[in-house]
Design a protein. Structure first.
Length: 172
C-alpha cells in the first residue's frame, strides 16, 4: 500500500499542471447523479476507483467480489501442476490476459480495483493532495468496497477452484 501511495503522489506531482489546467484548480471527486459539468471534470478518478453513477452499493460490491474471484481462480488454474496445456513460462501472459479480460468485462462498473492496496493507497494520496474527505464519502462511502470485496472475493475464488478442481489428498 505504501508503494501505491507514493506512486500516486509522484503521479500527482508529475501531472500537477495538467490536472490543474483540466479541473481549473478545483479538485473534484466523482459523485452519484452529479451534473455533467461536474462529473466530466472529476479528476480524483485518476488515483482511485469510483463506481459508475448507475451502480448501487450492492452492485459495486458484487462487481468487485466477482472480478477478484475470477482472478484468483484463474491464477490458481494457471499455476496448477496438472494444467500442462502450455509451458509454465506462459503463465504471466495468461494472467495478464485474464486481468485485461476482467477489465473489459467489469471495468466500466467500478474500475476493477482487484487489490485493496491498488485503491486505498492512491485514495489516501488523493486526500493528502487536496481532494478532501469526499474521496471517502463519495457514493455513500464506497471507499470500503475496494478494500473488503477483493479480499472476500479472492478467498471465494480460491475455494471455488479447490471445490471444482480438487482430486484428493494428493492436491494438498
Amino acid at each position: 500500500m505504501l508503494g501505491a501511495f507514493l506512486a500516486a503522489i509522484v503521479v500527482f506531482l508529475n501531472y500537477y499542471s495538467a490536472i490543474d489546467a483540466y479541473d481549473g484548480g478545483v479538485r473534484t471527486v466523482p459523485q452519484r447523479n452529479a451534473p455533467k459539468e461536474v462529473s466530466s471534470i472529476a479528476t480524483a478518478g485518476i488515483f482511485a476507483t469510483y463506481p459508475a453513477g448507475y451502480m448501487t452499493t450492492v452492485g459495486a460490491f458484487f462487481s468487485e467480489f466477482i472480478a477478484t474471484s475470477i482472478l484468483l481462480a484463474g491464477i490458481y488454474a494457471v499455476g496448477d501442476a496438472r494444467n500442462s496445456v502450455a509451458p509454465k513460462t506462459y503463465g504471466p501472459i495468461a494472467v495478464g490476459l485474464l486481468v485485461l479480460t476482467i477489465g473489459v468485462a467489469l471495468g466500466v462498473e467500478t474500475g476493477y480495483a482487484l487489490n485493496p492496496a491498488r485503491d486505498f493507497g492512491p485514495r489516501l494520496a488523493s486526500f493528502v493532495c487536496g481532494y478532501g474527505a469526499e474521496v471517502f464519502t463519495a457514493f455513500e462511502g464506497y471507499f470500503w468496497i475496494p478494500i473488503v470485496a477483493p479480499v472476500l472475493g479472492g478467498v471465494f475464488g480460491g475455494y471455488m477452484f479447490k471445490a471444482f478442481c480438487f482430486f484428493g489428498e494428493a492436491d494438498n
